[in-house]
Design a protein around this ligand. Structure first.
Ligand SMILES: O=C(O)C(=O)C[C@H](O)[C@H](O)COP(=O)(O)O
Length: 208
């Protein structure tokens, strides 16, 4: 996988995972894989994130691990150093964009408006994260954007549920959806990785 567009093809759902404990990283990645999902976005929101990326990259190579919540240039460099194979940002600044390009990794930059999407397209990007998806108009907004910007494809994320995912996945300009529902906080705290596997199975079966 070398481009953002290819990243969109890996799974109907890109699991967005917040880990408080790096000990959970490998069992979560294995549970997702057992459920049929071979990609995971570990968010850089917790002190455990970089170590978690390192562990999944080293111990679960069958899962493509990436870093989410890349909001500062150094995040991009740190994530690449830890072994992340892609980056996801909720939005962009020029510095974050430059740092993401510098890593050479595929990445999904966040955009919530037509103007933001056009700026990213000008930089040669054709696969974007639509964030925050539900709050920014949801599937109706993406349907409207497809008219003027037919060359762009999206991974809508933010407020998406198993119930709302199918409507997004039916859109021609949606490659996959992002969501945190596959790894509920209480399931992780209880080390209930079987639940993660079950949720992954249901997500992997979603049609697009
Ligand atoms: O951390 C980031 O980089 C973000 O941009 C936010 C996440 O993608 C969403 O918080 C996931 O959304 P939920 O599925 O609604 O929990």
């Amino acid at each position: 996988m070398t481009t953002g567009s290819e990243l969109l093809e890996l799974s109907p759902v890109l699991p967005v995972v917040v880990l408080d404990d790096a000990e959970h990283a490998v069992p979560v990645a294995r549970a997702l894989h057992a459920g049929g999902i071979g990609v995971v976005e570990l968010t850089l929101r917790t002190p455990a994130a970089l170590e978690s990326i390192r562990r999944v990259a080293a111990e679960v190579p069958e899962v493509v691990v990436g870093a989410g919540t890349v909001t500062r240039p150094e995040h991009a460099r740190q994530a690449a150093g830890a072994g992340a194979r892609f980056l996801v940002t909720p939005g962009v600044t020029d510095a974050v964009l430059d740092a993401a390009f510098d890593t050479g990794l595929p990445f999904l930059p966040g955009a919530a408006t037509v103007s933001e999407a056009m700026r990213l397209a000008e930089r040669g990007l054709d696969a974007l994260k639509f964030f925050p998806a539900e709050a920014s108009g949801g599937a109706a907004a993406l349907r409207a954007i497809a008219g003027p910007l037919p060359g762009l494809r999206f991974c809508p994320t933010g407020g998406i549920t198993p119930a709302s995912a199918p409507e997004y996945l039916r859109l021609a300009n949606v490659g996959c959806v992002g969501g945190s529902w596959l790894t509920p906080k209480d399931a992780l705290a209880a080390r209930d990785f079987g639940r993660v596997e079950t949720l992954a199975k249901e997500a992997a079966a979603l049609e697009r």
